[in-house]
Every structure is written in structure tokens, then in C-alpha cells.
Design a binder for this molecule. Sequence first.
Ligand code: ADP
Length: 683
Amino acid sequence: MENLPILQFEEKIMETVEHNPVVVIIGETGSGKSTQLSQILHRRGYTNSGIVGVTQPRRVAAVSVARRVSQELGVRLGEEVGYAIRFEDRTSERTKIKYLTDGVLLRESLSDPELNQYSVIILDEAHERSLNTDILLGLMKRLIKERASNLKVLITSATLDGEKVSKFFSDCPILTVPGKLYPVEIFYSKERPTSYLESSLKTAIDIHIREPEGDVLIFMTGQDDIEKLVSKLEDQIRSLEEGSCMDAIVLPLHGSLPPEMQVRVFSSPPPNCRRFIVATNIAETSLTVDGVVYVIDAGYVKQRQYNPSTGMYSLDVVQISKVQANQRAGRAGRTRPGKCYRLYPSRVYQDEFHDVTVPEIQRSSLAGSVLYLKSMDLPDIDILKFDFLDKPSSESLEDALKQLYLIDAIDENGSILSIGRKMAELPLEPSLSRTLMEANEYGCLSQALTVAAMLSAETTLLPGRSRSTEKKRKHTALELPDGSNWGDHIQLLQIYELWDQADYDINWCKDHKLQVRGMKFVRDVRRQLSQIMQKIAKESLDVRPNDGRKESQQDYKNLRKALCVGYANQLAERMIHHNGYRTLGFKPQLVQVHPSSVLKTDDEGKLPIYVVYHELVATTRPYMRNVCVEEMRWVMPILKKLEKLNVNKLSGGSGHIGEDTESEILDLPEKEITVTGVPDDRE
Ligand code: ADP
């Protein structure tokens, strides 16, 4: 720790921070930005007048770095040093250094727009260009004008184009911390392998047999592939003749690992033992694993992309950018000269890889972000003209406005409504927030809270979302009460209710192949959501999940009705002659119910006519994941509202939509996209 590059620049950094409200700090990954800057500021007295807050785009990084800093300072985590991520706050009155996800800081700025509890805000990992960090950059620009005398903003990054950010902040100073990188030799494959997994495996074993000691870092695209490679590597290492190679251990590293597994990569290996770390791109810049000498890079990453014209998310395996490839290679040169094996030809790197990664703001749904910005009541704000570092397309901003209008968060002139303000306070996507508000009116808030919590925790509920586990979900051997043909939301509710009736017994989860950790998380999330609802709802609410009575069909009905209002932008109608659906939006599409759904056909082999879906995902074809059955009389008012919509008005006259509301555009996407459905490492 003593020789981390950033520590040699302490004086220079402090001097610059002293004289400037905003400073950009560029330093190689592992130079100590995340762990040391906050401590330097603490030592220099900046925590006397407020908290030093450090944002991270990834939950796992916020937790891991906070843990590390608390150890370095010899204090208990949650006291002087703490962290806050969605649904988990480990801070206290005494907290001076707070690591938090960028999403949490954004939410904090709703209740305290001036962020007065902070004396310093460090936007860390800005090169990741996460949606929330980008929005925070815009907000900081405003805030710094108001709090110039008592707020410092530091923007740190491993690779970011410093000039661009500096210009954005009126030419603020850029400090570059030279990294101590050793040379890394790069080897290219002659051609792209047919299986990147097999090729990574072979390369890893070759290194193990031929190369001297040093850990190996292998980049995979997701949890599924990581698990496969870990098991294959272990098998092959075991089958090597004893004594022919040094010992080896294989460690997975991804965002959904339980915390005790994550920290394993940070502990030193036993002597004469090589570690293989099989990671997602979380190891690219977010977490630095020391001791790596060899990197295997297949050149792929899994990325969530949102298409605003179809409202569809796809989780695509895409090629990384040149910046990412170089970051990955750099991981090999931290302790001594290293080697990077690129499983693609140099021609591919040169000609096919983009120079930089597309910022998330240009590939995400913006409904949640726009709702935040609207409810902040910033003076003179026009969403379409908000000061972004890189502008999102006007199409995606308009898509967000339409969505917010349909769920009553804004009026026809684009002004925020009181219901929208309340929705913004919930740490949920707008559709679920709206559902909760509506459920409160219908007396089924308790049930809606359960559904929202179950959906928020879905990735931890089951051991992954791979195809194999999707199948398992259908076989959870649960005897569900009547009503399970109302779809997946109701099933999620019923699963939780059964656990509630089993007194939250851990063995019950195990018997039904549900992850204990996931179910406990649901319970905790549900409790937190219910507290927030207590705060924002006028009358006090009774949100006990169950009073010993069974859910009635009336409860299900109310809940389905509330979901219809919340998911007004995610409606679909069945085709007359078959069980395919057509989405009822601005650009209708043909979609199918996802195979993992519990929705059943009736006696005539037909699926229900109207459904709402939680998300649209593109795998080999567009699928609705998590659907709920709706009734025509609930759907009609929404269709009427859709007809009346005038986007020009919504976006304050600067929009240009309105022509495309015909429902005849029924093209299936031309491109087939391969996905295995592993959740992102992000929040
Ligand atoms: P940067 O932010 O510049 O990438 P960090 O401050 O994250 O750098 O890392 C500095 C050093 O601290 C690295 O050597 C890294 O391995 C180590 N480190 C970071 N987090 C942890 C942790 N949770 N446990 C152990 N070591 C850590």
C-alpha cells in the first residue's frame, strides 16, 4: 500500500484540490484512486466539515473498496468508513468516508439537492461512463456553482478522455498519476476461435505447463461461462501428471458471487501455487487483483442494450473497444513484465474494435433518469437540453417522456405530477413504483410490495438465469394455490406467501430450490420498500404480508389491475390465430411469452388475450419475460391515452414524433442476437 503511485502525488493533489472546486484525476487502474484518495482527504481534514463520498458504478466495488479502506484505517466497517448500495446501507452517524453507488447518490440528491452532508464528492471510475455517473456529472456542474465555497468534486478515471471532462467543467485542471506499469507482451491468435471458452481453456493450460509462476486472469462474458470454465480448468489441472506443474487454484470473480467468495481473490495464495482468476469485465478496472502476470482476453463483453424504438432490452455479447482491450492487457503488468494472449487477430483489433466504449446513456432506457431529473425541480431545466457529457439520442429521451406520461408521472405538457414525485422516491424502476402507488389505492399494497421485492431480487433468487435454471424454476415442486394461471407476478407472490407461512424457514427454501440468500434479500427489500411507502403515502398503511388468511381471487384481481396501470407502457395483445403477441405501443412488435413463464394455455390451447410484461428481451427472438394476465376493461383507458398522446407537447415543443403511432409496423427484428441471459454485474 505504501508504494501505491497516487501516494507520491499527495502534495500535488492536495494543492490542486485546495485551489479548484473540480479536479480530474487520471491514473492507471490499481494506482490507488479508489482506496487512497478518500484517505488522503480524510488525513487533510476534509472530513471535518462533511463526508467524503466516493461513488462507484458497481455495487460489488463499493462494498469491496469500503471493506478494504476500513481495514487499512483499522476501523469497523459501517462506522468511520461505510458503504451504501441499493437496499443496503452500512453507514452510521460516525461515517466520514462513504462509498456508494452512483445510483444511491443520485437518489440522495432528490431529498437533499445540494448534497449538504458531503464536503467532497469523488466520482470514481468515470471511464465506465455508467448512466448514473453521466447524470451526476451534469448535476455536479450545476451544484458546484451553488456550493463553490464548500464542496470539492473529484472525477477519477483510468482511461477517460481527460480533456473532454475538463472542458465540460470549464477547463478544470487534470492531474495525471503515472502508473508503474511493466511492459506487457501481446500475442494475437491467427484467427477467431470457434469456441472462445475452449480456446481460453487451452491457452490457460498451455501457460500453466510452459510459463514460470504468476497468476492468470481470464476474461469471460458472464457467470455461466465462468462456471463452466472453472470446472473444466479444475478437471484438466487435476488430470495433469502430479509434480509436472506447480499447484493451482481456480477462482471465479463476478458481481453475483457471495461476498465471502469475492474476497478470496484478494488473499495471497499459498507459496508455489498459481491462481487462475476467471472473471467478468469487473476485473477490467473495477477490482484490481494483484499478482496477475498473464491475461487471456477473448475480446468479448456482455452488454445490455436498450432499443428505444422497440422498448426492448437485449443482453448482447459484443466486441470490446480498443480502450477495454488495452485495459485488460494492462492487468498483466502490475507486478512485473507480463503477457497478454488475445484470442483474436491483430487485424480484428485494428479494424473491428471501436476506439472507445459506447456510454451507457446511449444504450439505456432513460425513463428512470428523466423521472429523477424532473422531480428535482432544477430551475430552467429542459430535459432535452440537459447538459450531458455525451447526449443521449432525442429518440430515447422522447421514449422516456412517453413512458412517464403513460404511467401518469408527468402531464401532457411534460410537467411532473405529484404521483411522479412519489414514484421517484422509490428505488425501483418507474413501472414498479407506479404499480405500488396504484396498489395502495386498491388495498393490495402488501401483495404489490412482495412482487416488487421478488422482481428486484430475481437474480439472487435462483442460482442464475441461465436456461438450465429457467427450467429448474418451472420444477420448483411448489404446490401453488389457485390462480397460478394469472402469470408470473402472481406466482412470485405465491412463492413468497408460502415461505411466509413456513415462518421464513431456511430449509423450506432449500427444499424448493430457492436460494436462501436471495429469499432473505427479498424479505429485507420488501421491508425497506414498505418503510418508504409508509413515508410517502398519506395514511399509515398495514403492510403485513399476510394475516393468516389466504390470498383471495379478489386480491389477485386488484394486484393485476394495479400492474396494468404500472406497466401501461408494457402491454401486449394476443394474435387472433396463434399464441404470439403484439405489443401495444408506438411501434408494435411481434413477441412471444418467454419459455420460463408459468402462463398456461386454456382448454382450447389459447393464451390470454391481454398481458403486461416486466421486460422484453431479445434472445433468438423477442420474448416477454414475466407476464401477468390483464382484462380488456383495464386496458382500454390506456389505449385511449395512447391515442391522444402528443409528443411535441410532452417534450416542450422540441420533439418530433407523432407520426409513428400506427399499429402496422410488425417487422420481426432482422438480426438474431445470441444471449445466455446472465445478469449484468451492475446494480
Ligand atoms: P484504482 O482505484 O486506482 O484502480 P485501487 O485503490 O482500487 O486502485 O487499488 C489499489 C490497491 O489496493 C490495489 O493493489 C488493489 O489490489 C488493492 N485493493 C483494492 N481493493 C482491495 C480489497 N478489497 N482487498 C485487498 N486489496 C484491495
